[in-house]
Every structure is written in structure tokens, then in C-alpha cells.
Design a protein around this ligand. Structure first.
Ligand SMILES: NC(=O)c1ccc[n+]([C@@H]2O[C@H](COP(=O)([O-])OP(=O)(O)OC[C@H]3O[C@@H](n4cnc5c(N)ncnc54)[C@H](O)[C@@H]3O)[C@@H](O)[C@H]2O)c1
Length: 327
């Protein structure tokens, strides 16, 4: 298939591009490189610098590409994703994340592209009150980032219904790890995710780290989360695309591993490689004790089962950071 990947120079997008190329698809990447890295895009993909909020610029690229052969599908990864930043800059987040999706959909309709794969997030659920989260759970986001993703989801559903298109919306849980080649991985200033922070601490790129609360009602008292390797996540996008194109159906699907690990278990696993200095701090507001994705739907509809474990996630992130951050 011919696939347009918007935001394909970013962490998750670049992994999706690689999986698509390796599965034999023709891939076109559009990215404004605001957080993406040009070199992260596989050399077999065609790259255009472009901004999703620039309607005429996006239209030009679609025109040029569809002259030869129309896109079978568009994958969207082009979002601003920093939760705390979204609280102080909601207008920028609505513009980039929601207006960007509107322009993408409009361009798809204009050029007759019928299939869209959208990266959403567990943040659409908000303050989850139960351990295992299913796609039917109520969505009440608690920050502008989550709101923009939920607004985009809803727009995608209305637009695809009106223009007889198909969508696959993926809600990700905690994505981590790097590609086995160590060429691509999570490179970002101000990392906020537990795995890269623990790994950076082990590599002495940080002095120490804090566990926010060890008095939760879990076995070791620390929060339990569901971690998924970025390559498994990327592969799900290829399966989701094939599903909506072949079945002419739409779906909203959680992507997690259905397994939970505590913060202490993450630190213990990193400590098997290198020691980690940490202290215990107070709980953070809004952190649920346990959050795990039900991935029954991904398994049943797509036949998707994550192949990599927490060990693989930590090993690849550690090797990636050793290679790119300690030299
Ligand atoms: N990383 C996570 O843990 C996580 C979790 C849940 C959901 N997601 C979703 O996954 C998607 C990708 O996240 P990521 O971690 O790869 O982030 P990222 O910042 O690494 O990638 C985003 C990419 O989109 C590009 N981009 C942003 N705005 C653009 C615009 N206006 N026009 C063109 N390109 C633009 C950036 O340059 C970058 O290459 C996002 O939609 C995010 O909401 C990520």
C-alpha cells in the first residue's frame, strides 16, 4: 500500500515508518521537524518538510503524490504531547493537535483518501478509577493534551462517517524502548517518562530520581503501569491499517501489554544492569495506583500480541542511551 505518515520523524512515527517499509509498503513522510529528527526517517521513505496546519502546503504535497498513485492510508503522529506544557499553552495545543487533524481530514477528503490511522492516548480516559481500562470506559480528560486528542477522535468519527471513510484509532499506554538497531529511540529534552528517567539515572546522566509515593495499595506500595515496546506499538499500526482497508471497518483500540509492573520493579530491572540512586517522595495528585490496558480488542480484531517484554524495553532503552547520550 502507499501510506502517508504525518509526524513520521518523531519517536513513534519513525518506528512506524520502519515497520511499514519492512512490510513492503511505499511510504511518504510529512513532518515539520518541530520535535522530529530528519535522520530518524528510514532512507527508503520519501520525506517532505511540511506542517499539518498549513492547508495549502499539505494540499501541494498530496497533489504531487496522488498524481502518480493515490495514498491508500494516512497515519497521524503529528501532535504536541507534553502534558504540563498543554496546561500553560492550550491554544497552541488546540491549534496543532485539533486544527491539524481538521486540515488533514479535509485534505484527505479532497484527494479521496479513505483510510486514517490515528495515534491517541490513554490520557483521553482521564482519572481512571479501575485497574483495567477497556475501550468502552468513559473518557473524561483532565488536561488540554487529553482533550485535544479526544476532540480529534470525535472529529475523525464524524468525518469518516460523513465521507464513507474508515478509521483506526489507537489509544497508547506507556510507550518505551528503542529499535534493536539502536538507530532510533526516544530522544527528547525534559523527559517525563519513568523508564528513560530510570535509565538516565543509572547512566549517571541524572544524580538520582524520585519515586512518587510508596504507600499505594499495591504489593510493594509503588504505582503499577502497563509498558509497551515502541516496535510492538508500531507494528500494531501496520495491522490496524490492513484491517480497516481489507474489512472496510473502523475501530478504536487500546494498545498496552495487559501486564502491569510497579515503579520498583522497573527500577529493579534497570538495576540488574547498573545501580540506580533513588529517593521516596510524596504521591503526585491524580496518579492512580494501578493502570493497565485491556488489550483483548487488539488481540481479537488484529491478532496483535506484544512480542517484547519489560526486559527488552529496558535493555534497548539502556543501549540506545549509552550509544547516543553518553558519548
Ligand atoms: N510517546 C508517548 O508515550 C505517547 C503516548 C500516547 C500517545 N502518543 C501519541 O503518539 C503520537 C506521536 O508521539 P511521539 O512520542 O512520537 O512524539 P514526537 O514528538 O516524537 O513526534 C511527533 C512528530 O510530529 C511532528 N509534528 C508535530 N507537529 C507537527 C505539525 N504541525 N506538522 C507536521 N509535523 C508535526 C514532530 O516534528 C514529530 O516528528 C502523538 O500523537 C502522541 O499524542 C504518544
Amino acid at each position: 500500500m502507499k501510506v502517508c505518515v504525518i509526524g513520521g520523524a518523531g519517536y513513534i512515527g519513525s518506528h512506524a515508518v520502519l515497520e511499514l517499509v519492512q512490510d513492503g509498503h511505499e511510504v511518504v513522510v510529512i513532518d515539520n521537524l518541530s520535535t522530529g529528527i530528519r535522520e530518524a526517517v528510514d532512507e527508503n521513505a520519501r520525506f517532505y518538510w511540511g506542517d499539518i496546519t498549513d492547508e495549502s502546503g499539505l494540499d501541494e504535497i498530496f497533489k504531487k503524490e496522488t498524481d502518480t498513485h493515490p495514498f491508500d492510508a494516512v497515519m497521524h503522529f503529528a501532535a504536541k504531547i507534553v502534558v504540563f506544557e498543554s496546561v500553560s499553552q492550550p491554544l497552541e495545543y488546540y491549534h496543532n493537535n485539533v486544527e491539524g487533524v481538521r486540515i488533514m481530514l479535509k485534505t484527505m477528503v479532497r484527494h479521496g483518501v479513505k483510510n486514517v490511522i490515528f495515534s491517541s492516548t490513554a490520557a483521553v480516559y482521564g482519572d481512571v478509577k479501575k485497574d483495567i481500562c477497556t475501550e468502552e470506559d468513559e473518557c473524561i480528560p483532565i488536561n488540554p493534551y487529553g482533550e485535544t486528542k479526544l476532540a480529534s477522535e470525535r472529529m475523525i468519527r464524524w468525518v469518516t462517517q460523513a465521507y464513507e471513510m474508515n478509521y483506526c484509532i489507537f489509544r497508547y499506554f506507556n510507550v518505551a524502548g528503542a529499535h534493536e538497531s539502536l538507530k532510533i529511540g526516544l530522544k527528547r529534552d525534559n523527559l517525563t517518562h519513568i523508564i528513560p528517567i530510570t535509565v538516565q539515572t543509572a547512566l549517571k546522566l541524572r544524580e538520582s530520581m524520585t519515586i512518587f509515593g510508596d504507600d499505594y495499595p499495591t504489593e510493594d506500595g509503588t504505582c503499577i503501569r502497563d509498558y509497551i515496546h515502541v516496535a510492538d506499538l508500531a507494528w500494531a499500526h501496520v495491522l490496524g491499517m490492513k484491517y480497516i482497508v481489507s474489512q472496510q471497518k473502523s475501530a478504536t483500540i487500546n494498545l498496552g501489554s495487559s501486564a502491569g509492573f510497579s515503579v520498583k520493579e522497573v527500577i529493579d530491572e534497570v538495576s540488574r544492569h547498573l545501580p540506580v540512586r533513588y529517593s521516596i517522595g510524596p504521591r503526585r495528585p491524580g496518579d492512580p495506583a494501578k493502570l493497565i490496558a485491556s488489550s483483548t480488542k487488539a488481540r481479537e480484531l488484529l491478532g496483535w500480541v506484544p512480542k517484547r517484554t519489560l526486559k527488552d524495553i529496558i535493555r534497548t532503552d539502556l543501549e540506545f542511551r549509552k550509544k547516543h547520550e553518553t558519548r
